[in-house]
Design a protein around this ligand. Structure first.
Ligand code: CP
Length: 307
């Protein structure tokens, strides 16, 4: 594994390798109380986090993952950089590469930016979310969390609810969960379901209360207002009434089902606070596993690399 640009095309073996490494780290983490994590594979390595969009979970977990494995991280902040004077993404990356880091983590509003950059620079790149295209590390941590909670993925019914059209998380999850044998239904208002989404091998439902009854996993998504160029539904209240998970809709959950959300939450819109922090929710497990999956990826990509 040299770079991770997309979930599309990852093989089951590659996904399993990442999970195996994350589980090794989870075991070490449980017994770890000292100052230095007992696996220092990133000693002497520097990871640049180049985030052109805001982030809480992804940025923090990449930084923690790097530090935990003994590496250094540099968090590049575009608003205080020369990009505000017109410097391009490519020039920014070339200049950062000239400072000799080992890996670049990129989040960008433009779909395809990590792929294009991977043709321009020589160090590995991890895609931390590109426009509405892909968010592969999120999907890996989501699949890992599902397997941890349910003991398997193959044969499970995963319901992905909300703004499918603008969601990089939905797309990456569809690729990874399909590869691992899950059955997937996407659900939301017709205006937020892309035409021909069935070609990705998923089913479509416009009725949350009906779809939820057979789902083993209910993955709620945020309305991505920042990517919508026109209003796609009458109001947030209306959206919440039909597509939100709350104390009313949660009653339709199948026994043993779990609730997920990649964050950030729009509390009271797609999910109520009581459901998000309730007994079926694994949302904070997703966050914890995010550090482990990113540790696994950094370890696998950077192990043994020399400049
Ligand atoms: N899930 C996710 O990507 O969250 P952040 O935007 O906070 O990184």
């Amino acid at each position: 594994m040299k770079s991770l640009i997309a979930a599309k095309g990852l093989s089951e073996n590659e996904i399993r390798l990442v999970f195996q490494k994350a589980t090794e780290f989870k075991k070490l983490w449980k017994g770890w109380r000292g100052t230095e994590f007992p696996h220092q594979s990133l000693k002497g390595k520097t990871v640049v986090n180049l985030f052109f969009e805001p982030s809480t979970r992804t940025l923090s977990s990449f930084e923690l993952a790097t530090r935990r494995l003994g590496g250094h991280s540099l968090n590049f902040s575009p608003e205080n950089s020369s990009t505000s004077k017109g410097e391009t993404l490519f020039d920014t990356a070339r200049n950062l590469q000239a400072m000799d880091p080992d890996l670049l983590v990129l989040r960008h509003a433009s779909a395809g930016a990590p792929y294009l950059l991977s043709k321009e620079i020589q160090i590995p790149i991890i895609n931390a979310g590109d426009g509405f295209h892909e968010h592969p590390t999120q999907a890996l941590l989501d699949a890992y969390t599902i397997e941890e909670a349910k003991g398997k993925i193959a044969g499970l019914h995963v319901l992905i609810v909300g703004d499918i059209a603008h969601s990089r998380v939905a797309r990456s999850n569809i690729y990874i969960l399909k590869t691992l044998g899950a059955k997937i239904t996407v659900c939301g208002p017709p205006s937020l379901i892309p035409p021909a989404i069935e070609k990705l091998g998923v089913q479509v439902s416009y009725d949350l209360k009906a779809a939820i009854k057979t789902a083993d996993i209910v993955m709620m998504l945020r309305i991505q207002l920042e990517r919508q160029h026109q209003v796609q539904f009458p109001s947030l209240g209306e959206y919440s009434k039909f597509w939100g998970l709350n104390s009313d809709t949660v009653q339709y959950l199948k026994e043993g089902a779990i609730i997920m959300h990649p964050g950030p939450l729009n509390e009271g819109v797609e999910i109520s606070q009581e459901v998000a922090s309730g007994p079926y929710s694994v949302i904070l497990n997703q966050v914890t596993n995010g550090v482990l999956i990113r540790m696994a990826l950094l370890d696998l990509i950077l192990k043994g690399t020399t400049k």
